[in-house]
Design a protein around this ligand. Structure first.
Ligand code: B1M
Length: 233
């Protein structure tokens, strides 16, 4: 504690600091979360480690108490804002690989759904892995996806849904691609907490991505396979 009663984050060791950051995220204390991120980076932590151990883990705890009715929407919104402020610092660092572009992805959260933290994280990690990412934001109707595919001609279409009530909308989008005869022009990857592999298969997606790291691996592998197929055709 400093003289004015404020906790000095710099005085904490790494483990205590990460614990404190989980508490600060839970309490929606944006400035403190930002300070914690900066301190961990100054101490030599890799941006990805800060992201997963300090921020994503903190949000997981928020999610449990939201589910159990201990936290409510306004509090979770504050936590989400604090998380986003921390992510904003990490984003350029994660994207700073200098790697040549290996593909393009259009990504958006589906209609009726305003959750965007996971999608943003996937976008950040994909950029870091050398993909160009066009982010359509939240609450996207099928028309918005179709327009973006037409305009940007990506290799990959990514969709995110966090609600059991909005995840079926992914099928609406895939069915629209099929109707237009363009389904096979894109690799369709889906993700979000309530999804699983069976769901992805049932709606006709190419793969379910459990988290951002899996999204990157899957995208890389599928792009590689596509190139090989085209080369041998
Ligand atoms: Co919402 N919410 N929420 N919420 N919220 C959940 C999803 C919920 C599980 C909470 C709970 O009850 N435990 C629950 C859904 C229950 C269900 O459907 N079965 C829920 C609910 C009910 C609601 C409301 C209906 C609450 C209400 O109004 N009564 C409402 C709905 C609003 C709407 O969308 N229409 C609502 C609102 C909100 C806030 C606005 C307050 C806020 C969102 C703020 C924001 O995103 N800007 C919020 C939050 C923050 C959550 C929780 C707590 C955290 C979500 C999150 O950001 N996780 C969430 C609880 C939970 O998920 N445990 C919850 C961190 C993030 C890093 O993980 O998003 O899973 P995640 O993303 C991961 C993977 O899933 C994957 O990679 C990401 C990174 O590793 N992934 C992809 C995600 N998208 C991908 C796309 C890909 C690939 C991988 O494409 C290729």
């Amino acid at each position: 504690m400093s003289d004015d009663g404020e906790l000095d984050l710099n005085a904490l060791n790494d483990e205590e600091l990460v614990q404190q950051m989980h508490d600060d995220l839970y309490d929606g204390l944006k400035d403190e979360v930002v300070e914690g991120v900066n301190i961990l980076l100054e101490r030599g932590w890799a941006p990805y480690r800060v992201l997963t151990e300090a921020l994503v883990e903190g949000m997981r705890i928020v999610g449990i108490d939201f589910r159990d009715g201990i936290l409510f929407v306004p509090e979770v919104l504050l936590a989400a804002n604090a998380m986003k402020a921390g992510m904003a610092i990490l984003r350029p660092l994660l994207a700073e690989t200098g790697a040549p572009k290996i593909g393009k992805m259009v990504i958006g959260t589906v209609k009726g759904d305003i959750h965007d933290i996971g999608k943003n994280l996937v976008g950040m990690m994909m950029e870091g892995a050398g993909f160009e990412v066009i982010d359509l934001g939240i609450n996207n109707p099928v028309e918005k996806y179709l327009e973006a595919l037409e305009e940007h001609k990506p290799d990959i279409l990514g969709m995110s849904a966090l609600l059991t009530t909005t995840m079926p909308y992914m099928k609406v989008v895939i069915d629209a691609l099929k109707e237009k005869g363009i389904r096979d022009d894109y690799i369709v990857l889906v993700g979000g907490a309530p999804l699983n592999e069976e769901f992805a298969t049932a709606i006709g997606a190419d793969a379910y991505c459990r988290d951002a790291a899996v999204a990157v691996e899957t995208a890389r592998e599928m792009i590689r396979r596509r190139h090989n197929q085209r080369a041998s055709a």
